[in-house]
Ligand binder design. Structure first.
Ligand SMILES: Nc1ncnc2c1ncn2[C@@H]1O[C@H](COP(=O)(O)OP(=O)(O)OP(=O)(O)O)[C@@H](O)[C@H]1O
Ligand SMILES: [Mg+2]
Length: 363
């Protein structure tokens, strides 16, 4: 078992930083998720931790030990890749045995057999043990790939989008399986994904990354309810948060060029005051806009329904007022028709404010 500590980690490719002075501490036994769009530097970070890539600056500690000069094998980490890395003409059993057959280890056959059986049981692949890997489905191959990583009982698991090649249904199943596996093994998981749902459902903590830098580290709740900037706010949440330019005037927020005048909470006013900002970006999540047929007391604005996307458990209303378009989620039984005028009631307690220049959260 181990923690991982990255200090001022910098890695450049042709002078462009893929990782720019990264500081992260993954706790022992934690399921830590690195979330970010393509090109953010996620794979590069995992490759640096595993030893496949050498950073220009900074240190990597595993269990307190600086591993800068430690070989890949001696770091005792296991890597699960996005693409299956099985030997196609070996059976599942042979693939699982392979990491145990290293000359470094010299395990007895009985011990190898026992360990392979255990791992197969954990991953529910016992019945596949004697099948050739080429004849497996994608999901089965991914299980065997994970099996190859856990068979050695390493200190740390590094997983780079291991579910992204599976279809939606299987991905959902495997998400639960991986969470269970993490619980069962009690080891440290450092898990990369660009899928926010995966990050939110599996991570103890999440680091949101963009262009080689960390935007925010926190629990899924921190990230969702207190996004550190507009990038994090937009990246996490589906449908995405509504962001509108606003100006503070006489204690009110004038949104979208004066189309809507809303009244911030005391707390929000104080935060705006101490930030010394009158131009802001106002953020409200689709579920924090209450839709009514009648006008509400305050912060209630008439909008035209121009599209209704039914999602089963909820509907996503696309609302329009002049050139402003917002999304709001509503219960599917509200019987709202396209073309109808409804009132969008902003639940100001749940609204977010961001600095228009730095994009950082205010308050
Ligand atoms: N070997 C390399 N040579 C040159 N540039 C590289 C190399 N590896 C990565 N990069 C660049 O570094 C940046 C980060 O790449 P990285 O693969 O870490 O992103 P990622 O977050 O894993 O993206 P994805 O979600 O697409 O896998 C990208 O701009 C990429 O083009
Ligand atoms: Mg990658």
């Amino acid at each position: 078992m181990a923690n991982i500590k990255l200090e001022s980690l910098t890695k450049r490719f042709d002078d462009v930083p893929a990782l720019d002075s990264i500081n992260i501490e993954v706790q022992d036994k934690e399921f830590f998720v690195l979330l970010g769009p393509t090109g953010a530097g996620k794979t590069t970070m995992l490759r640096c931790v595993s030893g496949l890539e050498k950073p220009e600056e900074g240190t990597i500690r595993i269990d307190g030990e600086d591993v800068g000069e430690v070989s890949i094998a001696a770091r005792d980490v296991a890597f699960v890749f996005q693409y299956y890395t099985l030997y196609p003409h070996m059976t599942v059993r042979e693939n699982l045995e392979f990491p145990l057959r290293s000359r470094l280890r010299r395990y007895e056959q009985a011990k190898i057999d026992r360990r392979v059986e255990e791992v197969a049981e954990i991953l529910h692949i016992t019945r596949l043990l004697d099948r050739k890997s080429v004849h497996l489905s994608g999901g089965e191959m991914q299980r065997v790939g994970i099996g190859r990583a856990i068979v050695r009982q390493p200190k740390v698991f590094l997983m780079d989008e291991p579910l992204s090649n599976l279809d939606a249904k299987l991905r959902e199943e495997m998400r639960a399986e991986l969470a269970r596996l993490h619980y069962q093994l009690g080891s440290t998981f450092f898990y990369v994904t660009h899928d926010q749902t995966e990050a939110m459902t599996m991570g103890d903590r999440i680091a949101v990354m963009h262009e080689g830098t960390i935007k925010q580290i926190g629990t899924p709740q921190d990230i969702y309810y207190k996004p550190a900037d507009t990038f994090v706010a937009k990246f996490v949440g589906s449908p995405p948060i509504n962001l509108i330019e606003g100006t503070l005037k006489d204690g009110n927020l004038s949104l979208s060029g004066g189309q809507m005048i809303c009244c911030p909470t005391e707390e929000q006013l104080k935060a705006l005051e101490s930030a010394g900002k009158d131009k802001v970006i106002f953020g409200i999540r689709p579920e924090d806009i209450l839709i009514t047929q009648e006008e509400g007391d305050s912060n209630s604005f008439p909008m035209n329904v121009y599209f209704n996307q039914s999602m089963g458990a909820e509907d996503i209303l696309n609302l329009k007022s002049d050139d402003l378009i917002l999304q709001a989620t509503v219960a599917p039984n509200l019987d709202i028709q396209v073309g109808q005028t409804v009132y969008a009631n902003f639940q100001m307690d749940y609204a977010h404010l961001f600095d228009v220049d730095t994009t950082k959260r205010i308050g």
